[in-house]
Design a binder for this molecule. Structure first.
Ligand code: ADP
Ligand code: MG
Length: 392
C-alpha cells in the first residue's frame, strides 16, 4: 500500500476520500469536529505540496436521495476555519457544474463534494458512478478508515479508474496498529470481547480462536455461551438463534490452543435500570426474575491477572451495561487493568471507546480505533475492501 507522502502531487488533481460524518445538533451545527480534525494531517500535507484537492465524504444515511439536513456544507465551513486554504463547497457530487469546478481548481485549493450518499449508486458501488467520480482525477487517496469495510463507489469502485493510489495518514496509522495485533502479535495476545450480541461478533471470535492466547468474554454475549452449556441465566439477554454457533465456538476453543474464559461471577439486577435491586452471584442458575448486567468482582480480578501478563491486547465490547453507573464496575475494572498492563492495547467499537473514556484511561491505550465496524472487520479478515482497492 502506497503512503500519500510517497507521491508527487504538485499540480495534480487529487481525489481524497475522508470521513466527515460528524454529529450535528438539531440546528444543524457540528457537535464534535474530531473526524474533520483527524483528516487534517493528510489534507494539509496535500495542499502544502501543491495538490488541487477534491474531498469526498458521506454524511448519515440519506438512502440515495438529496437530504438537505445531511449536506456537507457545515463541514465545508468548519474545514475553512481550520486550514489557511481556499475551500469551495460543490453543489453536487458529479455532473457538469462539478466538472467545471474541478477544472478550475488551483494548486492548494479545495473542492468539497456534496454527500456521496445522495446518489444510490454510491452504496451499490456502481461502476458508471465511480467513473464519473474519477473523471479527470490523477491520484486517489483514501483516508477514510472508518468507511473502508464498505465496498462503495467512493471507497472501492473509484480505484479501478485511477492508476495512482495511496493511503492517508489516518488510514496508515490505523492499519499499522491493527496489523501488529492481527498479523504479528507479540504474545501473549489477549482478546477481550463483550457487548450485547454474539451475532455481531461471530467472524471476529472465529478468527481470534486461531490467533489469540486468551479470549476473555463479558457483556450479554456471555449469557448466550452459558445458556449453550445448559445453564439457566434467568432474564439475561440471550440470542437463542446463536446457541448452536456458541456451541461450535466452545468446541473449537477446546481443540485450539486458546484459553476461552467465561465470567465466574455476575452482577444481577431485576431490570436494566439505575436503582434496580442488584445481587452478586457465582452460582448458576440465576433466579428466574433477574438478569446479568455486569461481570462480578471475582471475574474482574481473574481477567486482570490475564491482562497483566499480556503483551498485545485487542478489546471490543463492554463487560456490562456500562452506561448505567451501577453496572459499569466490571468494564471500568477491565479498562484499568488494560491501562496498567504495559501491553500494546487496541480498542475498537463506538461503545467500547465511550467506556474507555468513562474509565478515564483514554491516554493509556496505545491505539483507539476511529472505525468501529472497520476495526472489527480488519481484525477478522486481515484486510478491508478499501485497503485491497488501494493495493490493486
Ligand atoms: P461496541 O460499540 O464497542 O462494538 P457493542 O455495540 O457490541 O459494543 O455493545 C455495547 C452494548 O452492549 C452497550 O450498549 C451495553 O449496554 C450492552 N451490554 C453490555 N453488557 C450487557 C448485558 N449484560 N446485558 C445487556 N446489554 C449489555
Ligand atoms: Mg455499539
Amino acid at each position: 500500500m502506497n503512503f500519500v507522502t510517497d507521491l508527487d502531487v504538485k499540480g495534480k488533481l487529487v481525489f481524497l476520500r475522508v470521513d466527515f460524518n460528524v454529529p450535528l445538533d438539531d440546528k444543524g451545527q457540528i457537535r464534535d469536529d474530531n473526524r474533520i480534525r483527524a483528516s487534517l494531517p493528510t489534507i494539509v500535507w496535500l495542499l502544502e505540496h501543491g495538490a488541487r484537492l477534491i474531498i469526498a465524504s458521506h454524511m448519515g444515511r440519506p438512502k440515495g436521495k438529496v437530504e438537505p439536513s445531511m449536506s456537507l456544507k457545515p463541514a465545508a465551513a468548519r474545514l475553512a476555519e481550520l486550514i489557511p486554504y481556499k475551500v469551495v463547497m460543490a453543489p453536487d457530487v458529479v455532473g457538469d457544474e462539478v466538472e467545471r469546478l474541478k477544472k478550475g481548481l488551483g494548486e492548494g485549493e479545495v473542492l468539497l463534494l456534496e454527500n456521496v450518499r445522495f446518489y444510490k449508486e454510491e452504496e451499490k458501488n456502481d461502476a458508471g458512478f465511480a467513473r464519473q467520480l474519477a473523471e479527470s482525477v490523477d491520484i486517489f487517496v483514501n483516508d477514510a478508515f472508518g468507511s473502508s469495510h464498505r465496498a462503495h463507489a467512493s471507497v472501492v469502485g473509484i480505484a479501478d479508474f485511477i492508476p495512482v493510489k495511496a493511503a492517508g495518514y489516518l488510514m496508515k496509522k490505523e492499519v499499522d496498529y491493527l496489523k501488529k495485533a492481527v498479523h504479528t502479535p507479540v504474545k501473549p495476545y489477549v482478546a477481550i470481547l463483550g457487548g450485547a450480541k454474539v451475532s455481531d461478533k461471530i467472524e471476529i471470535i472465529e478468527s481470534l480462536l486461531g490467533k489469540a492466547d486468551h479470549i476473555l468474554i463479558g457483556g450479554a454475549m456471555a449469557y448466550t455461551f452459558l445458556k449453550a452449556q445448559g445453564l439457566g441465566v434467568g432474564r439475561s439477554l440471550v440470542e437463542n438463534d446463536q446457541i448452536e454457533i456458541a456451541l461450535v465456538i466452545l468446541d473449537k476453543a477446546r481443540t485450539n490452543e486458546v484459553s476461552f474464559h467465561l465470567p465466574q461471577d455476575h452482577v444481577l439486577a431485576k431490570a436494566p435500570q439505575a436503582g434496580a435491586e442488584t445481587r452478586i452471584v457465582e452460582a448458576l442458575p440465576f433466579p428466574e426474575d433477574m438478569m446479568g448486567v455486569d461481570i462480578g468482582p471475582k471475574t474482574v480480578a481473574a481477567y486482570a491477572a490475564v491482562i497483566a501478563a499480556a503483551k498485545t491486547i485487542f478489546w471490543n465490547g463492554p463487560m456490562g451495561i456500562f452506561e448505567i453507573d451501577e453496572f459499569a464496575q466490571g468494564t471500568i475494572g477491565v479498562a484499568k487493568a488494560v491501562a496498567a498492563s504495559g501491553a500494546i492495547s487496541i480498542v475498537g467499537g463506538g461503545d467500547s471507546v465511550a467506556a474507555i473514556k468513562k474509565a478515564g484511561v483514554r491516554d493509556k491505550i496505545s491505539h483507539i480505533s476511529t472505525g468501529g465496524g472497520a476495526s472489527l472487520e480488519y481484525v477478522a479478515y486481515e484486510t478491508l475492501p478499501g485497503i485491497t482497492a488501494l493495493e490493486k
